[in-house]
Design a protein around this ligand. Structure first.
Ligand code: CDP
Length: 220
């Protein structure tokens, strides 16, 4: 592959583990590109809902994902020219994303798009299967996790900060359901990649987690 020499750091982990924030900060510090792969699944789910395609229809959702009109620019996320960065953070979009992400045809449809993010000088990719499936030859692989309570707290704060309403009990139940689906699906289940460093951030600040990943990076 022509770009296989370009360094990749993968940061995988369960929902609300903080991997998005950590990945963005690490990319910023290293001057690397960023792939928020979860955003692609969220965009595909939003596309399907807008096109009134049933989320259970694997083929139809995959067809939409194959030609997803997604663009990323300076932290903004566009779907067919409309800025939807905040909108796709809604819990409903996340839950729908998790449902369609279980379909092999949908994952396959988004495969080439994800590989295209590997550009010089390097890439930080966050998601569920970055180190296991999409970039198995990544230079550094991290599996970021945290207790379900810590993750529910973080998601609660994130939603409130973004102006969404949130209920702690519902969030805990949603998180557990999403963990269950992401971990037990047959394609690209959420598991640490071979050789991944495991980072439990339950009692860590974002700065500490970023510092740890950058430290591992310097060891390579
Ligand atoms: O913010 P959160 O971690 O909940 O979600 P996300 O990273 O934006 O991803 C949304 C959903 O897409 C997840 O629940 C996963 O089911 C799915 N996903 C995936 O299957 N593979 C990826 N590489 C990234 C996300």
């Amino acid at each position: 592959m022509p770009n296989s020499h370009i360094p990749v750091i993968t940061i995988d982990g369960p929902t609300a583990s903080g991997k998005g924030t950590v990945a963005a900060r690490v990319a910023d510090r290293l001057g690397y590109h960023l792939l928020d792969s979860g955003a692609l699944y969220r965009l595909a789910a939003l596309s399907a809902v807008r096109a009134e395609v049933a989320l259970e229809d694997e083929r139809a959702v995959a067809q939409l994902a194959e030609v997803l009109p997604a663009t990323f620019s300076n932290g903004d996320i566009f779907l067919a020219g409309e800025e939807v960065g905040a909108l796709i953070r809604a819990e409903e979009v996340g839950n729908n994303a998790s449902k369609i992400a279980a379909f092999p045809a949908v994952r396959q449809a988004l495969y080439a798009l994800q590989l295209g993010f590997r550009k010089a000088p390097g890439l930080v990719a966050d998601g569920r299967d970055m180190g296991t499936v999409i970039f198995p030859n990544a230079r550094l692989k991290v599996f970021l996790t945290a207790s379900v309570e810590a993750r529910a707290q973080r998601r609660y704060k994130q939603l409130i900060d973004k102006g969404f309403s949130a209920n702690m009990d519902d969030l805990l139940a949603d998180l557990q359901a999403r963990d269950e689906r992401d971990t037990h699906r047959t394609v690209a289940p959420l598991v640490p990649a071979e050789g991944a460093y495991i980072l439990d951030t339950s009692d860590m600040t974002v700065d500490e987690a970023v510092a740890q990943v950058l430290h591992w990076h310097t060891l390579l």
